[in-house]
Design a protein around this ligand. Structure first.
Ligand SMILES: NC(=O)c1ccc[n+]([C@@H]2O[C@H](COP(=O)([O-])OP(=O)(O)OC[C@H]3O[C@@H](n4cnc5c(N)ncnc54)[C@H](OP(=O)(O)O)[C@@H]3O)[C@@H](O)[C@H]2O)c1
Length: 262
């Protein structure tokens, strides 16, 4: 029997590329994001190219009742979610005190609440079947505080901590929970998050930044191996490791410099 993967944030960037990798490996798909037209176009492309069944369920995942409706629609359509990918997320580059509150609230609702709620909804049926995989997309931002993106970094630290805990709770019950931690990646994220102004973004040339396709392939492979924490790229792995050794004050200073606007 073929497996079905539900992917949030599948209309662009890493989520869209994850959908392509899953389809390539013959998984049926449930694609979720707000942009229904983009999801329908992707659905047509993937079902024609790979012969997989693709269901489009367009929702704003910042909305609690939309998340419950998504779960109910999946049940009503008789679909089984074998793989849950919580990928939808966004950031915002700004001093905290000057940040737009609605943007910050939406970020917490999407990055934290939607990831937690969808895991709470889809994990119990997986436990009943004693089989299932969850891939939560965090970031290298999870490993240290992030001046100028304080809330974003904190949401990604939450995703990492939450996912590792659920991985430990479920490890002997046929479930794997993997956390993908990409560093800066080519997608709409940097532009949408106003990160173009950050020293970090300006210090990198676009062709040196990994593509969303490279990150998606890495994430898919980590999920298949059941890796609990998967940091993409050697330099990101070294950075994540070094944050464990560096004194906290030094770490804050270093990240503050890196994140300062040019
Ligand atoms: N790119 C990077 O440098 C980078 C680095 C580390 C981690 N990440 C993480 O990777 C994940 C994917 O980001 P990306 O780089 O692929 O960015 P992206 O190209 O901006 O994609 C974000 C996706 O999230 C969806 N989304 C946004 N708001 C939503 C909402 N309210 N409800 C449902 N879906 C929503 C978007 O679709 P709609 O607009 O159609 O809803 C889109 O499909 C995020 O969690 C991000 O934090 C990215």
């Amino acid at each position: 029997m073929s497996s079905t993967a539900l992917i949030t944030g599948a209309s662009s960037g890493i989520g869209l590329e994850l959908a392509k990798v899953f389809a390539h490996h013959q998984h049926n798909l449930i694609l979720v994001a707000r942009s229904e037209d983009k999801l329908q176009a992707l659905s047509q492309e993937l079902s024609q190219t790979h012969g997989v069944k693709v269901t489009v369920l367009s929702h704003d995942l910042t909305n609690k009742s939309a998340r419950q409706t998504l779960f109910d629609q999946v049940q009503q359509q008789g679909l089984t979610v074998d793989v849950l990918v919580n990928n939808a997320g966004y950031g915002d580059y700004n001093e905290f005190a000057n940040s737009d509150w609605d943007k910050l609230e939406g970020m917490i609702l999407l990055n934290v609440l939607a990831t937690t709620h969808l895991t709470r909804l889809f994990l119990p049926p997986m436990l009943n079947r004693k089989a299932g995989k969850i891939l939560n997309v965090s970031s290298t931002a999870a490993f240290q505080p992030g001046p100028m993106m304080a809330v974003y970094f904190a949401t990604k630290a939450y995703v990492l901590s939450f996912s590792e805990a659920i991985a430990a709770e479920t490890e002997d019950q046929g479930i794997t929970v993997s956390t993908l931690c990409p560093g800066p990646t080519q997608s709409e994220f940097i532009g949408k998050s106003n990160m173009d102004h950050a020293g970090l973004a300006n210090s990198m040339t676009i062709d040196k930044i990994p593509t969303a396709a490279e990150v998606a392939k890495f994430g898919y492979e980590a999920l298949q191996k059941g890796e609990v924490v998967a940091v993409h790229g050697l330099s990101n792995k070294l950075m994540a490791f070094s944050t464990r050794l560096a004194p906290r004050g030094l770490l804050r200073k270093g990240v503050k410099q890196l994140m300062a606007s040019n």
